[in-house]
Write a protein that binds this ligand. Structure first.
Ligand SMILES: [Zn+2]
Ligand SMILES: [Zn+2]
Length: 246
């Protein structure tokens, strides 16, 4: 019974999202089209596009051709990282509103800009970066799972929000050194069904990519479970090379 009410609520909410005039995904003023920004916000959004290093997506140096020197020297566990926008006040407010506000509409907007960054792959499976169950309880849902569901709808790629579990709660990684971060998230994730992962291209879905340590820990668990390849697509990314990865 509770499930039925839950579903009815979700349906009511999405109908409401449709009935309301489209609003700027950044500031909320009414705009002409869904998934668009008002002129002021549009100027602020920094879309990252599909350029840069084939693996990590960071800008290439003049001497580098398709992959950056770091990815060539040490192939990263995440074979491909793409993010829709650079993480700033605007993308942050969008990610926060997805957590606390018009969830379905926001997830759709994010998926709208993330979908073109996912490479067509018949072998792909979308897997949201999971939250620990205590955080899931307090928040009630995983925003990355909502975005994964929208991406799945758009791209006709299956999404499995339960495939990866966060088995350990981890403290915020902010301010930690790369090594500390790695140690903190090591072993925090477990694959629930190895047979579903084996031989697949797993596309991890996240809302904000900061240091990449969490995604790397997910990739490690997925690779151990037999994934052929692990990629990541996120809504926003902190683009400060000093803070990224290794
Ligand atoms: Zn706006
Ligand atoms: Zn690279």
């Amino acid at each position: 019974m509770r499930t039925v009410i839950g579903i009815a609520r979700i349906l009511a909410r999405s109908t409401l999202d449709f009935a309301l005039p489209p609003r700027c995904a950044g500031c909320g003023t009414i705009v002409d089209e869904v998934h668009s920004f008002c002129p002021d916000c549009w100027k602020q959004v920094e879309f990252l596009g599909d350029g840069g290093c084939l693996c990590c997506g960071l800008p290439l140096q003049a001497t580098e051709q398709t992959s950056c020197a770091r990815c060539l020297a040490q192939p990263p566990r995440l074979a491909r990282i793409r993010s829709a926008v650079s993480y700033d006040d605007l993308s942050r407010s969008l990610a926060i509103r997805l957590k606390y506000g018009r969830k379905v509409a926001m997830a759709r907007t994010m998926a709208h800009y993330m979908a073109p960054l996912v490479k067509p792959d018949a072998n792909a499976l979308l897997v949201p970066v999971p939250l620990h169950r205590t955080r899931l309880w307090t928040r009630g849902f995983n925003q990355s799972a909502l975005v994964a569901r929208e991406l799945s709808r758009r791209l006709k790629i299956r999404a499995d929000p339960l495939l990866l579990r966060r088995i350990r709660r981890t403290p915020p990684l902010k301010g930690m050194s790369p090594l500390q971060r790695r140690k903190t998230v090591a072993g925090a994730f477990r694959v629930t069904d190895k047979s579903a992962v084996a031989g697949k291209t797993i596309v991890l879905v996240d809302d904000v990519l900061t240091t990449g340590s969490t995604a790397e820990a997910c990739a490690r668990a997925l690779k151990r479970a037999g994934a052929a390849r692990v990629e990541l697509v996120s809504w926003a990314r902190v683009v400060k090379p000093s803070q990224l990865m290794r």
